[in-house]
Design a protein around this ligand. Structure first.
Ligand code: GLU
Length: 461
């Protein structure tokens, strides 16, 4: 049974990189019929907040990545918040001390700093000098940290599902802290205890944690616990090939949601940051991604975040949705509803990439200022509309065009441009065969909307 976890540190909104890690874990779990766990890594008390945890969970819900076990819903290995598991870390630390692998370290911060300086001056690696290992004591009355003693056979090789074989030499590590003197665990310690206790089979996480894996594997070995399969997902870069950050623009999921991106498009786009479909397609729904997701198709090279491609992809989703599906999202993005909104969405959606753009695209329905128009032409249009009138469907608009051609002697642009300007108030926009019927129907259901005839009449001056 596959069990994976996404382990956010609740120190702000969910970011694009975290979301991508969550998506890969979720896809992997779904593909294997496994379990997706959320574990909150909140032992950094100064930076972690419950508000931030709630925001991260909201962002995950918005993306549609539902979890099977987590801090809000519990599960067989609750609690799922590290701050509530501190006792358990103490228990494992005592076990490691009893096994002769970990020890109490009484060195103060000042002493450690001095030792580091000496090591630096002598061009030695800044490893702990083993004072408290050599003089092991079990006095709990004095403040102390718990340190892990790196064994002589401390070389580690893992077979990373994305990066292949990775090896670390024992010499690259000094004895490291498991529990700080304030009783709180270090990341490397709590993550191992939790991944073991929660029976995590596959650890899929950001590349920045690759180097931590050396320490973590040593802890698994010391406890004689099964080591999960690791998969370290590469960085996301901005277009200038530096690590994606605020300098590149929005990086949080909620900022993209507010800018009018759809959750489906976001999941699709972030999945493409590292993974590629077996048939190379760029646009796919979650069912396709679940059916085809595999870690061996995840690229070990960094992925480049391309805002233009993301926006294009979002447009693909908008274009493929029905007006009825889009309506609630558009209402939310533009801040109003109207009886004609669905038809308007249908008329303009192919020119929209982001939900808020609907506002500008349908403005011609509600806002109208009569433009300067040749009087004779305006009279001809008004007369035609008055005589032939409703219902104005696409065929009626075509027939009107033909009559106006006859009556005014204009054709092509000479005809369409002033007609568009007269009836929509704008020099660009959707095709008139669609815009004019929309205006006619909207004016029937909404008194704020001027009919094509009313517009034409206002142009006669
Ligand atoms: N809490 C860590 C982070 O947010 C994740 C650690 C892990 O996945 O092992 O980067």
């Amino acid at each position: 049974m596959i069990r994976v976890r996404f382990a956010p540190s609740p120190t702000g909104h969910l970011h694009v990189g975290g979301a991508r890690t969550a998506i890969f874990n979720w896809l992997f779990a779904k593909h294997h019929g496994g379990t997706f766990i959320i574990r909150v890594e909140d032992t950094d008390q100064a930076r972690s907040t419950l508000e931030s945890e709630a925001m991260v969970l909201d962002d995950l819900r918005w993306l549609g990545l539902m979890w099977d076990e987590g801090p809000d819903i519990g599960g067989p290995h609750a609690p799922y918040r590290q701050s509530e598991r501190v006792e358990r870390y103490g228990e494992v630390a005592r076990e490691l001390i009893a096994r002769g692998i970990a020890y109490r370290c009484y060195c103060t911060e000042e002493e450690l700093e001095a030792k580091r300086k000496v090591a630096e001056a002598e061009s030695r690696p800044p490893h702990y000098d083993l004072t408290c290992w050599i003089n092991r004591r079990d006095d709990d009355s004095i403040p102390h940290a718990v340190r892990f003693h790196v064994p002589d056979d401390g070389d580690v090789t893992i077979d990373d599902a994305i990066r292949g074989e990775v090896t670390w030499k024992r010499e690259s590590l000094g004895d490291f802290i498991l529990v700080r003197s304030d009783g709180l665990p270090t990341y490397n310690f709590s993550v191992v205890v939790d991944d073991h206790d929660m029976e995590v089979t596959n650890v899929i996480r950001a590349e920045e944690h690759l180097t931590n894996t050396h320490r973590q594997v040593l802890i698994y070995r010391a406890m004689e616990w099964a080591i999960p399969q690791f998969a370290h997902v590469s960085l996301i870069l901005g277009q200038d090939r530096t690590k994606l950050s605020k300098r590149h623009g929005a990086t949080s999921v909620s900022a993209y949601a507010e800018a009018g991106f759809l959750a489906e498009a976001m999941v699709n786009y972030l999945t493409l940051l590292g993974w590629s479909a077996p048939d190379g397609r760029d646009v796919f729904d979650r069912d396709y991604a679940i059916a085809n997701f595999a870690l061996d198709r995840v690229n070990s090279a960094p992925a480049v975040f391309d805002p233009q491609k993301f926006e294009w992809l979002n447009g693909q989703y908008i274009h493929s949705m029905s007006a009825a599906e889009l309506r609630p999202l558009v209402v939310n993005a533009i801040g109003f509803d109207a009886p004609w909104l669905e038809e308007a969405i249908d008329v303009v959606k192919t020119s929209v990439h982001l939900l808020p753009q609907f506002k500008e695209m349908i403005r011609f329905v509600t806002d109208y200022t009569p433009p300067e128009i040749d009087r004779e032409f305006a009279v001809a249009v008004a007369n035609d509309l008055r005589e032939h009138g409703a219902p104005l469907d696409a065929d009626a608009v075509k027939a009107m065009n033909d009559r106006l051609k006859q009556a005014t002697g204009r054709k092509g642009k000479e005809l369409f441009m002033p007609l568009r300007l007269m009836l929509t108030g704008m020099d660009h926009g959707p095709e008139l065969v669609r815009a004019i019927p929309l205006l006619e129907r909207a004016s029937e259901s909404d008194s704020r909307v001027l009919s094509p005839l009313a517009r034409a009449e206002r142009c006669i001056r």
